[in-house]
Design a protein around this ligand. Structure first.
Ligand code: PLP
Ligand code: COI
Length: 341
C-alpha cells in the first residue's frame, strides 16, 4: 500500500482530512449496522441535543507503525470501556465495546495510507465520538444518536516536541465536585477553552487545575494527567474522582513497576508537595509524556531540577519504554497491542 505524500516529520497536532470514516446511527432504541463512508460532513437538526445541550462524548487513541511494519493500536478495549462510562453519565446509549474496537480497526485499516511510517515521529490519531442528533428543546436526553470514528495524522501535541513546558496554576476550574471531570465529555473541554486561551496569552503552555472543592490538590491539565517523580525515584500520579482516568497514566504505572522496577503510586497529591518533586510530566494519548520544567503559581516559580532543556531521567525511561512498546521495539504486555494489519 502506497503512503500519502505528506511531510510526516513536520506535522503538528492538527486536522488533516483522511479518506474514510465510520458511522453508525442509533434510532428506535437500536444501533444500525454501521459502516465506512467518505463524507466528512454531518447534517443534523439545528435543534440537535448536541448543539443545544452539548450531549457529546469522545475518545482519543493512536495507530502506530511498528518497527517491523505492522499497524497497531494501543489498548483500544480501554477506550471502549471509558466511552461506555462517558455515555452512561450523559444518559446516552452505549456503543457496544466489541463494535467500538471493530469500528476503530476498520477505520484505521481503510486509512492505512495515512498511518505515518515508523520513525517519522508522527502517528495516526483516532477520534471516536458520539452525539445526540435529534431535535430536543426541553432539557432531556436525545432519542437518536450518531457514533463516528475519524482519523487524522498528527505530530507532537505541544510545539517544540519534547522541550519542557511551563505551566501555570489556574484560577479557573475544569470540573465541578461530583460533576463530569472523570468522563470524556465535550463539555469539559468547553469549560477549559477560556483558561487555555488566557494561559497562552500570558506565555504558559498549559494550566494546572486544582481540585474544585478545596483548591489544595493537583488534578490535571486540559488534556493530560500529571505524573511526578520524587527525589528518591518513586513515580506518583494524582488520584481524584474528577480527573479523566488516563489510559497512558495507567499504562505508565504498570511500566514503572513491571518494566523498570520502580515504585509507583496513585494517591492524592497536595499542591504544597509539588516543590519537592524531582521531575514532572504530562501524560496522555496526544501528550505521550511531555516534560514539565516549570510550574508558576501566581508569580511564584517551581523549577524542577530536571531543568528546561531535557526530560528528567526517569521520565525519559518511562517515555522510551512506553513508546518502545507502542512501536513494537519492546515486547508488550499481553493484550496491549491490537494488530490492525
Ligand atoms: N486528561 C484529559 C483531560 C484528557 O483529555 C486526556 C486525553 O485523552 C487525558 C487526561 C489522557 O488520557 P489518555 O491517556 O487515555 O489519552
Ligand atoms: C487525547 O490525548 O487523546 C485527548 O483527547 C486530549 C486532547 C486535548 C487532544
Amino acid at each position: 500500500m502506497e503512503k500519502k505524500d505528506i511531510d510526516w516529520g513536520n506535522l503538528g497536532f492538527g486536522y488533516v482530512k483522511t479518506d474514510y470514516r465510520y458511522v453508525s446511527n442509533f434510532k428506535g432504541g437500536a444501533w444500525d449496522e454501521g459502516g465506512l463512508i467518505t463524507d466528512d460532513t454531518v447534517t443534523i437538526s439545528e435543534c440537535a441535543c448536541v448543539l443545544q445541550y452539548a450531549q457529546t462524548v469522545f475518545e482519543g487513541m493512536k495507530a502506530y507503525t511498528t518497527e517491523d511494519g505492522r499497524i497497531v493500536t494501543f489498548r483500544p478495549d480501554l477506550n471502549a470501556e471509558r466511552m461506555e462510562n462517558s455515555a452512561k453519565r450523559l444518559e446516552m446509549p452505549a456503543f457496544p465495546r466489541d463494535r467500538f474496537v471493530e469500528a476503530v480497526v476498520e477505520t484505521v485499516k481503510a486509512n492505512a495510507a495515512y498511518v505515518p511510517p515508523y520513525g517519522s515521529g508522527a502517528t495516526l490519531y483516532v477520534r471516536p465520538f458520539m452525539f445526540g442528533s435529534n431535535a430536543v428543546i426541553g432539557v432531556k436526553p436525545a432519542e437518536e444518536y450518531q457514533f463516528r470514528v475519524f482519523t487524522t495524522p498528527v505530530g507532537p501535541y505541544f510545539k517544540g516536541g519534547v522541550k519542557p513546558l511551563t505551566i501555570r496554576v489556574s484560577d479557573f476550574d475544569r470540573a465541578a465536585p461530583c460533576g463530569t471531570g472523570h468522563i470524556k465529555a465535550g463539555l469539559n473541554y468547553a469549560m477549559s477553552l477560556h483558561a487555555i486561551v488566557d494561559a497562552h496569552k500570558n506565555g504558559f503552555d498549559e494550566n494546572m487545575y486544582l481540585d474544585p472543592k478545596t483548591r489544595t490538590k493537583v488534578e490535571e491539565t486540559g488534556g493530560a494527567n500529571f505524573l511526578f517523580v520524587t527525589k528518591d525515584g518513586k513515580v506518583v500520579t494524582p488520584k481524584s474522582d474528577s480527573i479523566l482516568p488516563s489510559i497512558t497514566r495507567r499504562s505508565l504505572i504498570y511500566v514503572a513497576k513491571e518494566y523498570l522496577g520502580l515504585e509507583a503510586e496513585e494517591r492524592e497529591i497536595y499542591f504544597d508537595e509539588v516543590k519537592d518533586f524531582a521531575e514532572c510530566g504530562l501524560c496522555g494519548t496526544a501528550a505521550v509524556i511531555s516534560p514539565v520544567g516549570k510550574i508558576v503559581d501566581h508569580g511564584k516559580e517551581i523549577c524542577f531540577p530536571s531543568g528546561m532543556t531535557e526530560m528528567g531521567p526517569i521520565t525519559k525511561k518511562l517515555y522510551d519504554t512506553l513508546t518502545g512498546i507502542q512501536m513494537g521495539r519492546i515486547e508488550a504486555p499481553k493484550g496491549w497491542l491490537q494488530v490492525i494489519e
